[in-house]
Design a binder for this molecule. Structure first.
Ligand code: ADP
Ligand code: ASP
Ligand code: MG
Length: 410
């Protein structure tokens, strides 16, 4: 078999841990497989490099920040290759440009466009383990790019797709994907199998155990992803195409995104073009808007509420005040609530089961939690609540939906 293994920051956070990872990769090779290993920076290193870069905030240039933050993975790739040799195997390290990981030029959030897997195959032919620095690529100008926080997951799955690997193993500090973040819900249950679709939603709604784009790659190229612990041999969670019995699970997981802000524009003329002008001015300023709700029209006017990242909150108010003074009464019609969190329940079984939203709202109301906004899709329901309540809300929903039980109650 051809197996890609990706090890996250905590798995490679010390020399001892690197020795452990080296043994694990070597054992996989000795079992008769070709092995490519993708590594993250040692835990804390990317934050340290970002903090160094931010010392020069006035001159911030994303191209140069990518030059700095991409070095964390370079160090780990070299160290792991040495550790594999020390353990009696042979390995060769590769940086992004050495396997031609070509990306667009969106620094700090670049998207992979193509990979040349030939150098890795050459490495296997020589009996070596290929060790690849995650998180980094190169654009068409030759500038170093990075793939966004958690981006080594995406390198791992993209390398697996380019190699036609049998599967991609994502090694981390938990035993798989759980029904909620096990750090918040201690009795969260490990999910044995989950569809790409559900995992896409969980990842986009805050479960950072897998980067969203890694799941997209897995889905588009049909790469089975096995999320598991570096420190145990237990089976983890398989992320795969949808299977029949998955539909029986109504709610498979709960996720939350913290640090959002809710902004309301009061008394906007309910006429063609109002929403367009408000949201176009935000998009021109590069501000990403998440949930949007327009209230019922009264006297030809309406209220519009939406959420943005708290990092964009101040700028959002400034942009709306200056770009749309008529619609925002020069800012006087703007109100905001911060910090808020988006809390979501996800499950493919919602397609064929009704009543999930009602049950979610009942559980939250019994916990005394007020819902500020609600949005639903075929397989998820999201609500905006006060951020300080989010951990309690996750625990209440987890219990209320019976997610700690072996079979999910509906
Ligand atoms: P790595 O450094 O290995 O990439 P991350 O910190 O990026 O690890 O992701 C693993 C973490 O994701 C876990 O420690 C856990 O706290 C968090 N997490 C959030 N939601 C979930 C979930 N539903 N299942 C498992 N882990 C989750
Ligand atoms: N080192 C990068 C980060 O901390 C990428 C990764 O670990 O996946 O976000
Ligand atoms: Mg990660």
């Amino acid at each position: 078999m051809l197996i890609v293994q990706k090890y996250g920051g905590t798995s490679v956070g010390s020399i001892d841990k690197l020795r452990h990872v080296a043994k694990r990769a070597l054992a996989t090779q000795q079992a008769g497989n070709d092995v490519a290993v993708v590594v993250s920076a040692m835990s804390g290193e990317t934050n340290r490099l970002l903090a160094l870069s931010s010392q020069f905030r006035e001159n911030v240039d994303d191209r140069e920040v990518d030059v700095i933050v991409s070095t964390g993975e370079q160090v780990t790739a070299g160290l792991l290759s040495l550790a594999i040799r020390e353990a009696g195997g042979d390995a060769k390290s590769f940086l992004g440009h050495q396997v031609k990981i070509l990306t667009d030029s969106a620094h700090a959030k670049a998207r992979i466009q193509s990979i040349d897997a030939a150098p890795l195959k050459g490495c296997f032919d020589q009996g070596k383990i290929a060790v690849i620095a995650g998180f980094q690529g190169q654009d068409s100008e030759g500038s170093i790019t990075t793939l966004g926080r958690g981006g080594s997951d995406t390198t791992g799955v993209a390398i697996a797709a380019a190699l036609g690997a049998d599967h991609c193993e994502i090694y981390t500090d938990v035993e798989g994907i759980f029904t909620a973040d096990p750090r918040i819900v201690p009795d969260a249950r490990k999910i044995p199998r989950i569809s790409y679709e559900e995992m896409l939603d969980l990842a986009s709604l805050g479960a950072k155990v897998l980067q969203l784009r890694a799941v997209e790659f897995g889905m588009n190229y049909h790469v089975p992803i096995h999320v598991r612990s570096t420190f145990s041999d237990a089976e983890g969670t398989w992320v795969t195409d949808i299977e029949e019995d998955m539909e029986q699970v109504v709610v498979s997981g709960i996720a939350a995104v913290r640090d959002e802000a809710k902004v309301t524009v009061r008394h906007v003329p309910d006429s063609p073009g109002s929403a367009y002008r408000l949201f176009q001015s935000l998009s021109d300023a590069g501000i990403v808007v998440d949930m949007i709700i327009q209230s019922q029209s009264l006297d030809g006017h309406t209220d519009m509420s939406f959420t943005v990242s708290h990092l964009d909150h101040k700028r959002c108010i400034e942009v709306l005040t200056t770009s749309c003074p008529d619609l925002t009464d020069s800012g006087k019609a703007l109100a905001s609530d911060t910090p808020v969190a988006k809390l979501s329940v996800v499950g493919v079984g919602m397609r064929s089961h009704s009543g999930v939203a009602g049950k979610m709202f009942r559980i939250l109301s019994e916990a005394g939690i007020n819902l500020q906004m609600i949005s639903t899709s075929e397989i998820k329901i999201s609500v905006i609540i006060k951020e300080e309540l989010v951990d309690d809300a996750i625990r209440a929903l987890h219990k209320g939906f019976g997610l700690h039980l072996p079979v999910t109650a509906s």
